[in-house]
Design a protein around this ligand. Structure first.
Ligand code: KIV
Length: 255
């Protein structure tokens, strides 16, 4: 029987130094392949607005969309932890956030919910945590509020603010934190500073975990992302490409 990955498993991986392999996932077929390939965390990202629905941003993704795709992924994954994004406008007050987080868990089957933003969201994170909801934070490039894809927190002042936000979110109760598109040195520092697992995307090799948008790492999108790699090149199947990604994250050859 495959043992289900929990928030505690991720903490153990951090303490033992085992890297955590995460990928976005939006449907049952991919979730099944990813789970079997050993992906530890499946992130039902609101990036689905772009990669599945063809929108320009994540801003019009709804709770109905997120619940639907989270249910498809959670029903097909036996081992991986499922993190589901709270879409824009679903957490503008703490009470609304709690109601919507409970829907992602009860109707979608999410294990953890993710929301974007720094210390302004600590009260919300704290309320959710006290009610037993596991929350993942997201700092750096937060697509719900930043539209140009460029490296964030490059000045000392911005880097200090990000570190303070990370510490405040941890204090408020987040169980893990995504750092998107920030300098590798800053991501390494935040990873050292925090007790919780840090998941990087475009944030260098020293985070506890790596995540990529699955369609990007299969070369299905036309984005030219410096930090991404097409894992399908030289492989016979999507399953093999995903296995190669897991192996490279685990043996620290990617990124
Ligand atoms: O929506 C998403 O896919 C994400 C990841 C890129 C971190 O938030």
């Amino acid at each position: 029987m495959t043992e289900k990955i929990t928030v505690n498993t991720l903490k153990q991986f951090k303490s033992s130094g085992e890297k955590i392999a995460c990928l976005t996932s939006y449907d049952a077929s991919y979730a099944k392949l990813q789970d079997a390939a050993g992906v530890d965390v499946l992130l039902v990202g609101d990036s689905l607005g772009m990669v599945l629905h063809g929108m320009d941003t994540t801003l019009n993704v709804s709770m109905t969309d997120m619940i639907y795709h989270t249910r498809l992924v959670s029903s097909a994954s036996k081992r991986a932890l499922v993190i589901s994004d709270m879409p824009a406008n679903s957490y503008h007050t703490s009470e609304i956030a709690l109601e919507n987080a409970m829907r992602l868990i009860n109707e979608g089957g999410a294990d953890v919910v993710k929301l974007e933003g720094g210390r302004a969201f600590c009260e919300t994170v704290s309320l959710l945590s006290k009610q037993g909801v596991s929350v993942c934070g997201h700092l750096g490039l937060t697509p719900q509020s930043i539209s140009t894809y460029q490296v964030q927190a490059r000045t000392e002042e911005e880097a200090n603010r990000l570190k303070q936000d990370a510490l405040a979110l941890q204090e408020a109760g987040v169980v893990c934190l995504v750092l998107e598109c920030i300098p590798a040195r800053l991501a390494a520092e935040v990873t050292q500073l925090l007790d919780i697992p840090v998941i990087g995307i475009g944030a260098g090799p020293d985070c506890d975990a790596q995540v990529l948008v699955v369609y990007d790492m299969l070369g299905l999108t036309d984005k030219k992302l410096k930090f991404c790699k097409n894992f399908l090149i030289g492989k016979d199947s999507i399953a093999d490409a995903i296995k190669a990604y897991v192996a490279e994250v685990k043996n620290k050859t990617f990124p």
